[in-house]
Write a protein that binds this ligand. Structure first.
Ligand SMILES: O=c1[nH]c(=O)c2[nH]c(=O)[nH]c2[nH]1
Length: 293
């Protein structure tokens, strides 16, 4: 009557901090890790037989063991790969390991322009992400990304020409505040030598796509157009990248005419919901399609 289809089990939201001490200079990261294992554990679901199962508590413990084993400073991609490979190589019933890692935005502080040996401050909301899969055939896939990269510009954004009917209240505008929180993931045609450098390149391309040159900027006729421009720039600047997924909520700053005065492009009602939500996958021509994480 019933048939078990896909099944997997893992641990979510395992948080860790890791310090690497290089003399008096210390390097710190904070990571949130999610694991998910595909394995031949059908009997656990259908018969209550847990024989050979890698408990999610064991998976959680392994997150810390593998972090300790990373004796040199490493990226979330290198760590995620080591963790996924550990699960497949250690547990014979595991056919595929999936690992997600998110890096909190701790940045080394500067005091009087000099980088501090061991002091960090949390800067903004931007989280660097990776999704690693590794299977028993040895196939490794590493996707990279960023989430909650909040950006705003006070002008050079408008929205015109859309359909108007009995339900339309929105006026056309050629000047508005544009704000979003960018979530992006990108897939590689081939894995880069240096994940940190590629991250910086893609991040820079995404930001340049939003803002344009420092003097004057670049006009955005819609979040859709800007999203596509950002992805195009990322593909142009990072040749290893095969496709980019972007999700960009339109975080509205609504014109406000305070009591007794008018709206003069100065005061806005800041909102977070409801918000527009725009997303797309942009692929290098002739590349394989990209699925959202
Ligand atoms: O850039 C925009 N894209 C939309 O699809 C949209 N819809 C809307 O109400 N405002 C906007 N702005």
């Amino acid at each position: 009557m019933a048939e078990l289809q896909l099944h997997q089990h893992g641990k979510s939201r395992v948080r860790l901090g890791r310090t690497w001490r290089e003399g008096s200079v210390h390097h710190f990261v904070e990571w949130m890790v999610h694991t998910m294992l595909e394995s031949d554990m059908e009997l656990a679901f259908t018969d209550g037989d847990n024989t050979g199962m890698t408990a999610t508590d064991t998976q959680k413990n392994t997150v810390y063991v593998v972090a300790k084993k990373m004796s040199k400073r490493c990226s979330i991609e290198q760590y995620g790969t080591a963790l996924a490979q550990h699960f497949v190589h250690t547990y014979p019933r595991v056919s595929k390991a999936k690992v997600w890692v998110e890096q909190a935005p701790w940045k080394r502080v500067e005091v009087g322009g000099i980088p501090h040996d061991h002091g960090y401050a949390m800067c903004g909301t931007e989280v660097r992400t990776t999704h690693v899969t590794y299977d028993r055939a040895g196939k490794l896939d590493v996707q990279c990304g960023v989430k909650d990269l909040k950006v705003l510009k006070t002008t050079q954004s408008g929205y015109e020409g859309f359909l108007k009917d009995a339900f339309t209240l929105l006026p056309e505008v050629r000047d508005r505040v544009m704000a979003t929180s960018v979530t992006a993931t990108w897939k590689y045609a081939y894995q880069p030598m240096d994940y940190d450098a590629t991250y910086a390149t893609v991040r820079g391309a995404l930001l340049d796509g939003v803002f344009g040159p420092p003097k004057g900027g670049v006009y955005s006729p819609s979040v859709q157009f800007t999203l596509y421009a950002m992805a195009q720039l990322a593909l142009e600047r990072a040749p290893q990248v095969e496709s980019v997924f972007l999700n960009m909520p339109n975080l509205h700053f609504l014109p406000c005419a305070p009591v007794g005065s008018s709206f003069d492009d100065d005061v806005y009602v800041a909102t977070s919901e409801p918000h527009g939500n725009i997303e797309a996958v942009v692929t290098r021509k002739d590349a394989k399609p990209h699925c959202r994480l």
